[in-house]
Design a protein around this ligand. Structure first.
Ligand code: FAD
Ligand code: DLZ
Ligand code: SF4
Length: 514
């Protein structure tokens, strides 16, 4: 059988609506999917993440075959597997001799650069199509960004509301306001009535992948015994429905809260499926909007949820493509400290970090405020090297792809981009964590003690961070208040903070348990 087009589909392109599949002809085209070592190890991804992606890829190949498509699927343990996507494209070209390659653009810069070279490498026409699963094109974002002094997410988000029509009444926002965060972000308390999460029992195909991953990636972080991800479109949709019914109404109120007994609270746990292509972001938002229209969820919750997807998600992707490739090397604050070992083991006496990292090891998930205000805040205050922090986030979370992870880490969390993405660093002392979580209640450290033995390390680190970076940050008007407080302190008090932070950082550098 002759082949017209070879259509490579990547592990995060598992959507029937993919641009490269739009005119695919089951009789004449071949779809190529390949599990390759290069993608699984260019950073050492969490075991759950690799298993999730491989199993979802295998199930998607089945879905395509059921629709009559010819799929060339290369498993990781195929003895002829060349270990890299380009190698597998070359092998498929040699075997099938198609007239052209049709592909949807890669999400990550690294792979997109490789794809751009394919025409030259392979010596045949290669058509790279845009990824229409995103609502804002690269050109659209560039147009929006052009000439702006600041890339303020809130204004981008309003454009996205207008262009999608989500939560709009004519040209006005539903409820008269664009943003209902003033009603959101309250602390939470344990609630035994909060519905649990649907766990999808691994089928035979997933169980085979779990064995493969355990055998081939034994040294990667994480554990596989609790694998419960959806790996089919139908199961991902079931999880979406359960979220809408059980958690969306409380989404806003508990969005920033953290509880040791409840790692998920009312978060969606849908980023895995949206990012891989099993759920479509706009359809998820329309489903949430319907919950409000039909009176099952309040506007503050639905608006907050939709903002994360058509606002933040689209916005960080826009910033990534606007600023790459230099963005990855940003280090505005000249932070240089290596990642402490406890990021891999959770072995620290700081209860907040130990809880969040343990949950990360167990689930390849932490919710936004855990990522931003616990691990991220610590990395910022302790001056950890941004590129090491970036690699950690890319490895440990099952929803992590560089286009979304990098701006959140380099920009939002570490301020390493000097303020492209956020107008100030999200730096906070222990007080914030104490207010928004119950972690401090079981901690060896005392959040109310500011310096010295037994004091919460975040307290001295916070002031030391501001002091250390005063040359770069004290002119930031959003930090005027903390800098004024710092200046009002006595010199003895300031010295006490500096010394306390220095002692902590010296112990960290010496590899002592902190
Ligand atoms: P919810 O809190 O329920 O939010 C709903 C949806 O909104 C998410 O599914 C996601 O699609 C979207 N969303 C929310 N916040 C963001 C955001 N800041 N950027 C992009 N999309 C957002 N998200 C990833 O998808 N991949 C990452 O690798 C990633 N790394 C992050 C690293 C740091 C340091 C921080 C601070 C945030 C990161 N985020 C990342 C954003 C956010 O934390 C996750 O999207 C969210 O925790 C996913 O869980 P959820 O589905 O329960 O989200
Ligand atoms: C993340 C990932 C992993 C672990 N493995 C594969 C793989 O074996 N084959 C594949 O096609 N894609 C994989 N992916 C997803 C890619 O890394 C992702 O498509 C690129 O990073 C572009 O976003
Ligand atoms: Fe974290 Fe400090 Fe609270 Fe301990 S006391 S949990 S280190 S914020």
């Amino acid at each position: 059988m002759t082949t017209r087009h070879l259509i490579p589909v990547l592990g995060d392109q598992l959507s029937l609506t993919l641009a490269s599949l739009a005119d695919a002809d089951p009789a004449r085209d071949v779809i190529l999917m390949a599990e390759v070592l290069q993608e699984a190890t260019y950073v050492r991804h969490h075991k759950l993440k690799i298993a999730f992606i491989f199993s979802a890829m295998r199930h998607f190949a089945e879905e395509l075959r059921e629709r009559g498509f010819r799929v060339r699927y290369v498993a990781l343990d195929d003895p002829n597997n060349r270990g890299a996507l380009s190698g597998e494209v070359q092998r498929a070209l040699d075997a099938l001799k198609p007239q052209a390659v049709i592909v949807t653009e890669a999400g990550e810069w690294r792979l997109m650069e490789e794809m751009r070279g394919w025409r030259q490498t392979f010596g045949l026409p290669v058509e790279i199509r845009p990824d229409h699963r995103f609502l804002c094109s690269h050109a659209g974002f560039r147009r929006w960004a052009e000439g702006r002094r600041a890339l303020t997410m809130e204004f981008f988000y309003r454009e996205m509301r207008r262009s999608t029509g989500l939560l709009m009444q004519g040209d006005q926002p539903a409820g008269g306001r664009w943003n209902f965060d003033a009603e959101n972000r309250k602390p939470a308390s344990p609630d035994l009535l909060r519905p649990g999460r649907l766990r999808i029992e691994p089928d035979a195909m997933t169980r085979a992948v779990l064995d493969l991953v355990e055998a081939r990636f034994p040294d990667h972080i994480g554990r596989l015994d609790r694998f419960g991800f959806a790996v089919t479109r139908a199961d991902a949709e079931a999880l979406q429905d359960a979220f809408m019914a059980d958690h969306l109404p409380q989404f806003g109120a508990t969005q920033d809260a953290m509880l040791a007994s409840d790692p998920f609270l009312n978060h969606a746990l849908l980023s895995f499926y949206i990012n891989i292509g099993l759920l479509d972001p706009l359809s998820v938002c329309r489903a949430a909007e319907r919950e409000w229209l039909e009176g099952r969820a309040p506007l503050n919750a639905v608006e907050g949820f939709i903002r994360q997807i058509i606002g933040w998600r689209e916005y960080v992707r826009g910033v990534y493509w606007l600023k790459m490739p230099g963005y990855r090397d940003s280090n505005f604050l000249d932070a240089a400290r290596p990642l402490p070992a406890f990021f891999w083991t959770a072995e620290t006496d700081m209860a907040c970090l130990s809880t969040v990292i343990t949950e990360t090891i167990d689930h390849a998930y932490a919710h936004h405020i855990q990522r931003l205000m616990v691990t991220g805040n610590f990395a910022l205050l302790a001056g950890l090297l941004p590129q090491a922090v970036h690699e950690w986030y890319l490895e440990v979370y099952a929803d992590a792809y560089e286009w979304v992870e990098l701006p959140n880490v380099i920009g939002m969390s570490l301020f390493a981009d000097g303020g492209v993405l956020g107008s100030k660093p999200y730096a906070a002392s222990g007080n914030y964590i104490a207010k928004m979580s119950d972690y401090c209640q079981t901690c060896r450290y005392d959040v109310k003690t500011k310096t010295g033995e037994g004091a919460c390390p975040f307290n001295a680190l916070y002031w030391d961070f501001l002091d250390r970076n005063g040359g770069k940050l004290s002119g930031n008007h959003r930090l005027a208040q903390p800098y004024a407080t710092w200046r009002r302190m006595s010199e003895a008090q300031r010295q006490d903070y500096r010394a306390s932070a220095a002692r902590f950082l010296a112990r960290l550098d010496a590899g002592e348990r902190v």
